[in-house]
Design a protein around this ligand. Structure first.
Ligand code: FAD
Ligand code: 2HG
Ligand code: ZN
Length: 498
């Protein structure tokens, strides 16, 4: 990120010293739970993983990282920071894509990595209560052993934390089936900005006793406190799962396949994803895990691809339904080609074609990421408009791929949720490229009555652009809530709703 766009350090925040570090360390059971360059317990290089984001786009200058091992420890360090006017940034797996989880200046990183225990699981209701730092994949593996599934899945599952997922209200690959975290999260435990512990870790599905406070924290991006534990309703793991991928001749055809899939598959449809040919090329060339069995899987390739996943309780019924859908799509000429996973390797391989796109784009260059929701019929037009804009600026000479300074301009996403990801892959981040895309892309989304952030939140990247999606009254209410929880503005400053 360029120096010109970084807000200046707020003078009211205390500059942390070796004395503060000593006092903070004294609040922790294990001295190694705090590392800092200020007392020599860490080098600058050792703090890089906490200061740099997943895209290597945002670079903080934090000098202190604290990894508490209990809610009480979180509470003690947060209270100390609050009392001493020290700015903080909560961090989970640091996989966020808007620069929300890394410091902007010298904020103290409060990592949830040390909070990694499952607290309880009730196999009758399916309620899981777990520490915020449990890695999403670990939570899902725990549930799989018991015949259940975490109601959220995303490409970063091997690193992201369930607390981070809640803080970003992550959407992911199966929202279509399981709904948003606003529905599945039953309770939260949160350390508020002044260090108070709020125990809202309920396990009830119904509770109409006043305002539903936990909802405020879902998607609050670390601005209202540190989430330390999550209670979440988990469904039974489907007994049978299938995946099919199709090549189709237009974006119009993607929509038709989606409509057919809903009509044929009903409640067993668990995901409907799509991507364009440019994304397909990037993932095939830059993601080693895309094995030979799917690298050239289609005899007839097309400008678009869609992936359908089913999950149900009766394998034979599901296969029959999927088979009927395939037959209809082929007979009616709605798809160019299709492939149905024959075994678990192909199942994973076909999913990698979609899930692997963000990582493959990252391996290709520096990626400008736009995560937007737009009414489905107009959704892909944002990619076409941005390509045109890049061409007009002499930045793109090919069809969205190779040639010209831009290495690729690809579109993919969660068709079932009306959410598209536009990735513009450049050799490196430059002011010129950024100025060509922003705020243009936000203007386009606003004109199409969409949201400039469907699931990745605002972070540093979109804090200044939120007015494209929220009116003044809504923003005023959000600012008032933030001020109520954090009058000193110490929790994740310079980001979110400013
Ligand atoms: P971090 O990156 O550490 O933090 C994200 C934000 O949450 C920051 O503002 C941080 O301050 C705050 N935060 C983190 N933990 C806490 C806490 N315990 N209490 C309070 N605040 C906290 N997102 C989707 O929605 N759908 C996807 O399909 C998807 N796929 C992805 C695929 C890849 C390959 C990658 C790299 C990212 C993807 N993401 C996706 C982005 C997504 O936001 C994150 O992966 C995830 O939800 C963030 O979790 P995290 O633990 O890494 O949080
Ligand atoms: C996905 O759906 C993620 O794969 C990441 O939300 C999107 O990297 C992106 O732009
Ligand atoms: Zn996504």
């Amino acid at each position: 990120r360029h120096a010109s766009t970084i807000p200046p350090r707020a003078e009211q925040f205390t500059k942390v010293t070796a004395e503060h570090v000593k006092a903070l360390r004294g609040l922790l059971g294990s001295p190694s739970s705090l590392i800092s360059t200020l007392d020599g317990s860490a080098t600058v290089d050792e703090l890089v993983t906490y200061n740099d984001d997943w895209m290597n786009k945002y670079h903080g200058k934090g000098q202190v990282v604290i990894r508490p091992k209990s809610t009480e420890e979180v509470s003690r360090v947060v209270k100390y920071c609050y009392d001493n006017n020290i700015a903080m940034v909560p961090q989970g797996g640091n996989t966020g894509l808007v620069g929300g989880g890394v410091p902007v200046h010298d904020e103290v990183v409060i990592s949830t990595a040390g909070l990694n225990q499952v607290r309880s699981f009730d196999p009758v209701s399916g309620t899981l209560v777990a520490d915020a730092g449990v890695i999403l994949e670990a939570a899902d593996n725990y549930l799989a052993e018991r015949g259940f599934i975490f109601p959220l899945d995303l490409g970063a599952k091997g690193s992201c934390n369930i607390g981070g997922n809640v803080a970003t209200n992550a959407g992911g690959l199966r929202l279509l089936r399981f709904g948003s975290l606003h529905g599945t999260v039953l309770g939260l435990e949160v350390v508020l900005p002044d260090g108070t512990i709020w125990n809202g870790l309920k396990t009830l599905r119904k509770d109409n006793t006043g305002l539903d406070i936990k909802q405020l924290f879902i998607g609050s991006e670390g601005s209202l406190g540190v989430i330390t534990a999550v209670s979440i309703l988990c469904p039974r793991r489907p007994k049978a799962m299938n995946v099919a991928v199709f090549s189709v001749e237009s974006y119009e055809a993607v929509q038709q396949v989606f409509a057919e899939a809903k009509s044929h598959l009903g409640e067993i449809l668990s995901a409907f994803e799509f991507w364009d040919a440019q994304a397909y090329d990037v993932v095939r060339h830059h993601k080693a895990e895309v094995g030979e069995e799917v690298r050239k899987v289609f005899e007839t390739e097309g400008p678009f691809y869609c992936l359908i996943e089913t999950g149900g309780s009766n394998g034979d019924h599901d296969e029959e339904k999927l088979g009927n859908l395939l037959e209809d799509l082929v007979t009616e000429g709605k798809v160019l080609d299709g492939v149905l996973a024959q075994d678990s390797t192909q199942f994973a391989g076909l999913w990698t074609l979609r899930e692997g796109i963000p990582e493959a784009c990252g391996k290709t260059g520096s990626v400008y990421k736009y995560d937007v929701s737009i009414p489905v019929k107009d959704m892909y037009s944002v990619v076409e408009k941005v390509r045109l804009r890049l061409r007009e600026n002499g930045l793109l000479t090919g069809d969205g791929q190779a040639e010209g300074p831009i290495k690729a301009c690809v579109g993919y996403g969660h068709m079932g949720d009306g959410n598209i990801h536009l990735n513009v892959v450049a050799p490196k981040y430059t002011d010129e490229i950024e100025a060509a895309i922003e705020p243009y892309v936000y203007e386009v989304v606003s004109e199409l009555r969409g949201s400039i952030s469907a699931e990745h939140c605002l972070g540093q990247m979109k804090a200044g652009a939120v007015h494209y999606s929220q009116d003044k009254n809504s923003l005023d209410q959000m600012r008032r809530i933030r001020k109520l929880y954090d009058p000193k503005g110490l929790m994740n400053p310079y980001k979110f709703i400013l």
